[in-house]
Design a protein around this ligand. Structure first.
Ligand code: ADP
Ligand code: MG
Length: 292
């Protein structure tokens, strides 16, 4: 780790799994607790901080750099809800270049602009698209930008597959100073068995679950208002869940090197769960029929 100020935390997960929603709510919860927070979107989608800034337009770091003129911090950042400083790294021109190099260029520029020295953040959250099939997405955990990563996952196989890929990247780079894993954030769980699947995956990989965030209308509604749940519905059950999750992540120093599951084992593990769920469904249906 460099001499950067504050705790630098990367949040990974497959596209659409809820990284930006979760990260923004964690940032908002930490900010309302009085901490100085920066959220950096490291996803070519560039919508990481939307709900912290009411969906206002924010030029990305890479787009601004591409213009060729000298970049000022004001050009590429906005102060969002609770004082969270919002930045979007942006991505390469579609179809050209590597998103990871973009993240690296963006972070280098922020260091050049002395952002971390001057803003003096307590927490910097990196919201990273993390299918980690391409080395580029490993940049934040590989190049000393962060020393800890969390992964957002549902119980769906593709989300778990992406989480397992992140575990592979962490176990590869951790011995040479890369980041370790803080835990799994279980998001969007609905069915009863979903939690068991995530718990079992955590157990098998030597990791733990930092928090469970069920699917909720409050989250969807807040997004439609262009706000975090913390801002739109501070008294709701989900706001409380996000505050608890933020506290856990802020305080956790129990970082591990995960043991990823091999490709074949992951497939047979998934098949076993498929069988279990099938039996469970049958049981429920038969039970219902008997009850009629
Ligand atoms: P990502 O950043 O991983 O691509 P987003 O955070 O943009 O994913 O979430 C994708 C969609 O899922 C959004 O419309 C978001 O509101 C919704 N979503 C995420 N988490 C939840 C949840 N716990 N309950 C309901 N909707 C959710
Ligand atoms: Mg996102």
């Amino acid at each position: 780790m460099s001499d950067q100020k504050g705790k630098h935390i990367a949040i990974y997960g497959k596209g659409g799994i809820g990284k930006s929603t979760t990260t923004s709510n964690i940032s908002a919860a930490l900010a309302t607790d009085g901490y100085r927070v920066i959220q950096i979107g490291c996803d070519p989608k560039s919508d990481s901080t939307n709900v912290l800034r009411g969906n206002e337009y924010l030029p990305t770091v890479l787009d601004t750099m591409r213009d060729g003129s000298k970049v000022h911090l004001d050009d590429i950042s906005r102060v969002g809800f609770g004082g969270v400083l919002c930045i979007e790294s942006g991505g390469p021109v579609p179809g050209v270049g590597c998103a990871g190099r973009g993240i690296n260029a963006a972070v280098s520029l922020l260091q050049e602009l002395k952002l971390f020295d001057e803003f003096k953040p307590d927490y910097v959250l990196y919201d990273v698209l993390g299918d980690v099939v391409c080395g580029g997405f490993a940049v934040p955990i590989r190049d000393g930008i962060t020393d800890r990563a969390y992964v957002v996952s549902s119980s769906d196989f593709m989300a778990i597959y992406a989480a397992n890929n992140l575990f592979k990247a962490i176990s590869k780079y951790a011995p040479s100073g890369g980041a370790k894993l803080g835990g799994i954030i279980a998001n969007g769980l609905s069915a009863g068995y979903s939690q068991s699947i995530i718990d079992d995956f955590a157990k098998k990989t030597g990791t733990s679950v930092a928090g469970y965030v069920p699917r909720s209308l409050t989250v969807s509604q807040s997004e439609l208002y262009g706000k975090t749940v913390i801002e739109a519905s501070p008294e709701s059950e989900h706001a409380e869940l996000y505050r608890k999750l933020a506290k856990t992540i802020a305080e956790n120093e129990d970082l591990v090197v995960p043991s990823p599951i091999g490709a074949q084992d992951l497939r047979s593990w998934a098949r076993d769960w498929g069988d279990k769920i099938f039996k469970l469904e049958q049981g429920v249906l038969e039970g219902n029929r008997e009850g009629i």
